[in-house]
Design a protein around this ligand. Structure first.
Ligand code: F6R
Length: 608
């Protein structure tokens, strides 16, 4: 949520700042701003409510400086407005600050600073940082020392970048709960909240740890702790392709990412299937077979779609290994003083690896001595680093706010984990081989679903104007229904509810009418007859039905059917989910929505 960029070097900072912000815009997009300085130049500031394109149009040609910071915002404190956009200045206009996160004691600090004469010009919590840092910048004080002193008075989470017009040879950045990455260039340095802003300029990066600060100069950087102890950080190389950050000819990132799934699934599987022993190799688990045998329960934690992917994962683990497994929203788990058991394996799921609620859940489990694995897409992210081991998805960067390819790869990663667990327990070699072959077949089967995109677009256009939609599925198909409803409401703003099909007659059947179509997920499995009975009940109440099924049901039971290739029953949910991504996408397009940047949302939720 919110994006930060910073540049220091021989060139003009503004083009990088604007380009970097455009790349980060998916993280937050209600306002944007830049501040630059140079030798003897004071601070130049431009900020606007709206998109980065609006900011770029507002920046004059003479807006130049060799040191600069920029921000794209997702409002938490104060409405989106020019005044609330970052960067924020102190009253002398010497210090400029951009900030991601939340300052919890902002009200208290604001009152103290106001009493000392500071005049606030915004409603943001961030502005307290500019005044506070300025208050510590007395004669001869280095910017990094002023920032350290100011942060010592702050309670909350932050990733920040700070400019001082009187010390234009440096930028100071700090991280506590909100990511900051340094990018190392040739006699120039970059910083950002996300590597996607940096890959066009450098592949050498340093991820700051929580509690760490850095002084960044054109010729290098120094990292240190809040009590001024120097830390030593080795750069790592980012292996994401620059192309991954373009739409590659697709109309939207979302459509591109949906279509990338055959390849991203192949990457998740790559080198991990063992045909000889009909199992999976997961080197990053850091748990040997003996330790895995001692696990009695699996608890999966994630937020939003990551949580629903975890529900599919829990089902896979229970079915293949017969170890009880359950998925819970990390955002709830962390607040309920959870019982942490030594023989439970905790698994945190996150595309970004930065979701604050998930990170906080991981930290709580670890603090209580639990063991946590991460199923994470972003290498080197906070959650990945915090976990004891895990599985990287290798799905490639996901830019569109709604998760698609990372969701699918997460389910594939759980299938690998479940297979591995299963084969350590009682899953037979024959069943192991059945799953291995089914996993290998997935990329081609996903292509078959994607080939139906046009037909699904027609269906979506027909139903997009509905007041709402019901999504139903039983057991394995219930998480499919939940994720389908989530995707539709996120990007099309059409109200969608998901229910277990078995629950329909216990209440929601009252809603069924021609105005509320139902998307029914109907796998060809042992529950098929029960599902067909439910469809009959909906049709008897004049409900319209779109079935997502392996076989077209009788005409009187479904108005439309999207036929999906059959996998093994345990893996069917993964394929049944793909048409629902396309349905949501095409409905959003039909309604003229901002598909990649839906209102009120942001890609990674790095605040509570
Ligand atoms: C849904 C979506 C969100 C995220 C959730 C967790 O399309 O994108 O629900 O899944 O905010 O994000 P990560 O996986 O980055 O932890």
């Amino acid at each position: 949520m919110c994006g930060i960029v910073a540049y220091i070097g021989p060139k003009d900072a503004t083009p990088f700042l604007l380009e970097g912000l455009a790349r980060l815009e998916y993280r937050g997009y209600d306002s944007a701003g830049v501040a630059v300085t140079g030798r003897g130049g004071g601070i130049k500031l431009r900020k606007v409510k709206g998109r980065v394109a609006d900011l770029a149009a507002d920046v004059p040609a003479r807006f130049k400086g060799t040191t600069g910071i920029g921000h794209t915002r997702w409002a938490t404190h104060g409405v989106p407005s020019d005044a609330n956009a970052h960067p924020h200045l102190d009253n002398a206009e010497r210090v400029a600050v951009v900030h991601n996160g939340i300052i919890e004691n902002a009200d208290e600090l604001r009152a103290k600073l106001t009493a000392d004469g500071a005049v606030f010009r915004s409603e943001t919590d961030t502005e307290v940082l500019s005044h506070l840092i300025a208050a510590h910048l007395t004669e001869g004080v280095e910017l990094e020392d002023a920032v350290r002193a100011a942060l010592g008075r702050v309670v909350g989470t932050y990733g920040i970048a700070v400019l001082d017009a009187e010390q234009p040879d440096r930028i100071v950045v700090a991280r506590n709960g909100s990511p900051i990455v340094l990018g190392i260039g040739e006699k120039e340095m970059f910083a950002a909240s996300d590597v996607s802003a940096l890959v066009r300029y450098t592949r050498q990066v340093v991820h700051l740890e929580d509690g760490e600060l850095a002084t960044v100069r054109a010729d290098g950087f120094r990292t240190f702790t809040a009590d001024a102890r120097t830390t030593h950080r080795q750069p790592s190389t980012v292996d994401w392709e620059i192309d991954s950050f373009d739409t590659a000819g697709y109309e939207h990132y979302l459509l591109k990412e949906i279509h990338e799934q055959p390849g991203s699934v192949e990457r998740t599987l790559s080198g991990r299937l063992d045909e000889r022993f009909a199992t999976a190799h997961l080197g990053g688990l850091n748990l040997d077979a003996r330790e895995l045998r001692e696990i009695r329960r699996v608890k999966i934690l994630g937020c939003g779609s990551a949580y629903y992917a975890g529900e599919m994962g829990a089902q896979l683990i229970e079915e293949l290994s017969r170890i009880p497994a359950h998925s819970e929203p990390a955002s709830e788990f962390r607040y309920r003083n959870p019982v942490i058991e030594a023989d439970t394996l905790y698994v945190a799921v996150s595309q970004s690896g930065e979701t604050y609620d998930t990170l906080a859940a991981v930290q709580e489990i670890k603090r209580k001595g639990g063991r946590v694995l991460g199923v994470v897409n972003t290498v080197g992210s906070a959650i990945a680093r915090e976990c004891d081991g895990g599985i990287y998805l290798h799905a490639g960067p996901e830019v569109s706010v709604a998760s698609t390819k990372a969701f699918t790869s997460t389910v594939v990663a759980f299938a690998l984990l479940a297979l591995h667990f299963g084969r350590i327990h009682d899953l037979s070699p024959a069943d192991g081989r059945r799953i291995v072959s089914a996993l290998q077949a997935l990329p081609d089967q996903i292509r078959e679903v994607l080939d139906q995109s046009e037909a699904i677009a027609e269906l979506a256009a027909e139903y997009a104007e509905s007041a709402g939609m019901m999504f139903i599925g039983r057991v394995r198909a219930y998480p499919v229904a939940r994720e389908g409803a989530q995707k539709l409401k996120e990007i099309s703003y059409v109200h969608a509810e998901a229910y277990p099909a078995s629950e329909l007659k216990h209440g929601p059947l009252a809603l069924i009418s021609p105005e509320l179509p139902t998307v029914a997920v109907v796998p060809d499995d042992e529950l098929l007859d029960k599902n067909l009975t439910t469809l009959g009940e909906i049709k008897a109440r004049s409900g319209r039905v779109i079935a997502v099924a392996h076989r077209r049901p009788e005409e009187k039971l479904a108005d439309h059917c999207i036929v999906v290739p059959k996998s093994e029953p345990e893996l069917d949910p993964l394929l049944l989910n793909i048409p629902l991504q396309l349905l949501a996408y095409h409905a959003a397009v039909a309604l003229g929505r901002d598909v990649d940047k839906p209102r009120n949302l942001a890609k990674s939720v790095t605040v509570e």
